[in-house]
Design a protein around this ligand. Sequence first.
Ligand SMILES: [Zn+2]
Length: 220
Amino acid sequence: MTNYDDHLNSAEHLDELEQAADLFDGHGVDRGQIESATRTLLAAAGEDPEREGLLRTPERVARMYDELLAGYRLDPARLINDAIFDVEYDEMVIVKDIEFYSLCEHHLLPFIGRAHVAYLPRGKVIGLSKIPRVVDLFARRLQVQERMTRQIADFLDTALHPHGVGVVIEGLHLCSMMRGVKKANARMLTSALCGTFSSNDTTRKEFLDHLARGRAGFNL
Ligand SMILES: [Zn+2]
């Protein structure tokens, strides 16, 4: 089992995200309020917030939300503005299997999975390493998967003015899995298609065929 505190302390990816974009404005979540709310929650659940194992839990929870909700304090436009290049390239660009970790806004439980992002450039391309960062930024907010999918597509559409953008997200929702209500619905597939990805069958098919390679396939 991994040591959760070590995991929290490392937060390397987040640091990288912030340093890369020089965006950290110092205003994260209100840790003090989260700590006191966590103490209230523990007591309301019938626990003793003062027992040894729980003593530092409010502090850990506050630090955790600061990390998991970092997407609120990062500006996606500034994240990518030094990484957009004028290039004559008209083939589809695809970044597949981008791992993401988000929190469902209905239950504050994680949904995790993979995002697949593609676009057809029109004179501008974005540095490839930035696409996973854009996904990460929108994931680190309270989300519903459909909106997150749409936000990533709309953002790239606005930033790059490409011929089209396609985003497909596969998510596993712990709120369904852990509560055992709708296990069959725990895995969710969402897509957002702009421009030629929605209007041109060949473009859409090229994208989906690429995603389907080596797996069961996508029916959109
Ligand atoms: Zn949920």
